[in-house]
Design a protein around this ligand. Structure first.
Ligand SMILES: Nc1nc2c(ncn2[C@@H]2O[C@H](COP(=O)(O)OP(=O)(O)O)[C@@H](O)[C@H]2O)c(=O)[nH]1
Ligand SMILES: [Mg+2]
Length: 276
């Protein structure tokens, strides 16, 4: 489906084997947008599913939804795989200036989509759905070990950003801010954190929308196994990206300080002896 020139809002959904979730996701997003009090008009919004060749009927479901009049399309990638690169591809293809990213599995409540999209403005160029905002029952359905891991992961990201939940996969960005980002990590999976740093999003440009994480509705999580290691790798890259300049400055400063101290300790150079 060709994108309409009137589209101002794009919802990007990375999806791998999510056929069972696509219909409820898309219909719930548009039902929320069609509510009388929705701050964002449904007819100015498109949904883009970025699927990595799941071949589970997802493409057929999207086709049926299109015939029913929903502005949804699917990009099926066959030569590339991975969460972050799927999200980046969706942002690149988006027609809207305000772009949102969310899971297909209904863990990110579709009913929040209008509020999240409306929070993006030329001033607030980034919006983060946060599980740690005021009045949110934190990860209420999560097992204890997952909560501890989540708290540790957030702690490690603290020196990088002031955002309360930079690990969130429910976030939005304005197109002009996204286009400023260079060297995005296509292997990592914390794309919000990567964008916050590499698009140089300032603290006052971040709007936060508190929400409670739902339980995955259908299918299974793809983010298991090596996830922690991948996260640490991504953090190391971001620390280097952010602080390497400072580190080089510190090393030079320490070397100069060391040299000055050694000179002072050895005293002034002795006068050259004059007698022949
Ligand atoms: N296109 C694409 N989507 C993916 C990939 N891995 C995960 N996803 C999707 O990204 C979203 C988040 O993954 P999920 O398995 O729900 O992770 P969790 O919420 O941390 O358990 C879901 O919509 C997945 O279908 C991938 O390699 N390619
Ligand atoms: Mg999920």
């Amino acid at each position: 489906m060709a994108s309409s020139p009137y589209i101002q809002y794009s919802v990007i959904v990375p999806a791998f084997r999510e056929n069972g979730n696509i219909r409820p996701l898309v219909t719930r997003i548009f039902t929320a947008l069609k509510r009388i009090d929705s701050p964002v008009p449904a007819e100015q919004t498109e949904v883009i599913i970025v699927d990595d060749n799941s071949r589970d009927g997802s493409a057929e479901t999207v086709q049926a939804l299109q015939q029913e009049g929903y502005n949804v399309r699917i990009i099926v990638r066959t030569t590339e795989r991975g969460l972050s690169s799927a999200v980046v591809r969706g942002f690149q293809e988006a027609a809207g200036d305000s772009m949102l990213c969310m899971d297909a599995d209904l863990q990110h409540p579709p009913e929040y989509v209008p509020t999240m999209l409306a929070a993006l403005t030329p001033h607030h160029t980034f919006v983060l759905g946060t599980r740690y905002g005021k009045g949110v029952e934190m990860d209420k359905d999560w097992p204890v070990h997952r909560r501890i891991i989540s708290a540790g992961a957030r702690l490690l990201a603290l020196p990088l950003t002031t955002a309360s939940d930079p690990m969130s996969g429910f976030f939005g960005v304005r197109k002009e801010a996204f286009l400023k980002a260079r060297n995005l990590n296509s292997q990592g999976f914390k794309i919000a954190l990567d964008l916050l740093i590499k698009a140089h999003i300032q603290p006052d440009a971040i709007a936060e929308v508190p929400f409670s994480f739902g339980v995955r509705a259908e299918g299974e999580s793809k983010l298991t196994g090596k996830v922690m290691i991948k996260y640490l790798e991504q953090l190391a890259e971001l620390y280097w990206y952010r602080f390497s300049g400072l580190l080089i400055f510190l090393v030079i400063f320490l070397l100069v300080a060391f040299f000055v101290l050694v000179r002072a300790w050895l005293g002034p150079p002795s006068p050259i002896s004059q007698h022949k």
